[in-house]
Design a protein around this ligand. Structure first.
Ligand code: ASP
Length: 362
């Protein structure tokens, strides 16, 4: 693979009495931005700026090395080739570090967390994404707190010396959330992310309380990094009045492989003949259409209402209680393997990385 952005490693030397080490990967985002004096707009800055404003980093008693994207990016520019770059950095350094913290813009953090949860198969170490709503140099920044606690979580081990959180997570606003269950819900609040369909893995107050029942079990299998994502996927959000022409145009995009169909309530959609016909035509061509609810809480249950049943009849598959971000990146990942539509559909009914809850009801 071609990794399009440059970057470099920086070692912060310090005593490491317990041999613990964390790699901090700085991709960009508000956390490291400063205000352009002329325009007033926030722009990315390099890691030294960040370090200068978080002298507390020097107080950790373990090794923290950093890798910084050069130049750092606003996360609106994040894309699959950069996810592959992050996967390569983690894979190259996997044996040398106990955990990884990724500093990332909040805007697309939930997409990156979802993608990495699939691309880092058999992950047995913490990969914690974090960022902030206010840049780290500003007085009321939430960045310091988020960064410092994320490093602590990435380094946390149980009494057997195993990592406490061997999965891809987002730490933000005192909550540790499973990465592929999160969605950004606020451009204002310091609690910018929610995981409506899965409980937090940990809450940080005076102490960090981990909920071990919710955290993924660790695996002894070797890490399997995946790099290829197929981007011939589209998100189609339904709304009352959506036209036949719109649906037809989208479903006939050349090369289209998968559709995340954002439906109403528990997975409902219009029963108009043209609509069902177009969906069936797409399914028959081998396009995988996955039903995800526009509601943030609850699960798709296509057999609950007649309208949902019709979707099932034309071959739409359930996205269960997953987020749009998780289904989108799961489709990219599965089609990245060049799997047939049949195999992709089978995998949509499986939880690959804790992204869906399978119950008797769905
Ligand atoms: N635009 C920024 C980004 O996503 C916002 C943030 O970091 O909060 O990179």
């Amino acid at each position: 693979i071609l990794l399009s952005l440059h970057g470099n490693y920086v070692r912060i030397e310090r005593m490491s009495p317990n041999n613990t080490s964390v790699l901090l990967i700085y991709t960009g985002g508000t956390i490291g931005m400063i205000e352009n004096a002329e325009t007033g707009a926030l722009e990315s800055f390099n890691f030294e700026h960040l370090q200068k404003h978080v002298p507390e980093l020097q107080n950790f008693t373990f090794r923290i090395d950093t890798y910084q994207f050069d130049p750092p990016i606003d996360s609106s520019d994040m894309e699959p080739s950069l996810w592959a770059k992050i996967v390569a950095i983690i894979n190259d350094n996997y044996e040398n570090f106990d955990g990884f913290v990724i500093l990332h813009g909040t805007d697309t953090m939930a997409y990156t967390a979802s993608a990495l949860s699939f691309m880092l198969e058999n992950l047995a170490k913490p990969v914690i994404l974090t960022g902030s709503q206010l840049p780290i140099g500003t007085l009321r920044t939430d960045g310091k707190e988020n960064l410092i606690t994320s490093i602590e979580i990435a380094a946390a081990k149980n009494t057997n010396g195993e990592p406490l959180v061997p999965e891809v997570c987002i730490f933000f606003g005192n909550h540790l959330l499973r990465g592929n269950r999160t969605t950004k819900i606020s451009a204002e609040s310091f609690s910018a992310f929610v995981s409506t369909n899965y409980p937090p893995l940990a809450q940080a107050g005076v102490h960090i309380h981990y909920d071990e029942n919710q955290i993924a079990r660790t695996t002894s299998k070797p890490l399997r990094p995946h790099y290829l994502m197929n981007t011939n996927i589209v998100v189609l959000k339904l709304f009352p009045g959506i036209s036949e022409q719109t649906v037809r145009s989208i479903l006939n995009i050349p090369g289209l492989k998968g559709v995340v169909l954002e439906t109403f309530g528990s997975g409902n959609a219009p029963v108009k003949e043209w609509f069902l016909y177009l969906l069936k035509e797409a399914v028959d061509k081998g396009i995988v259409i996955v039903n995800v609810s526009q509601c943030m809480g609850g699960s798709v249950q296509m057999s609950r209402y007649g309208t949902g049943c019709k979707l099932e009849d034309v071959g739409v598959v359930s996205g269960y209680d997953s987020t749009t971000e998780a289904v989108l990146t799961k489709l990219m990942f599965l089609f990245g393997h060049r799997y047939s539509a049949k195999v992709v559909k089978e995998n949509m009914n499986r939880s690959l990385s804790g992204e869906i809850t399978l119950t008797l009801h769905n």
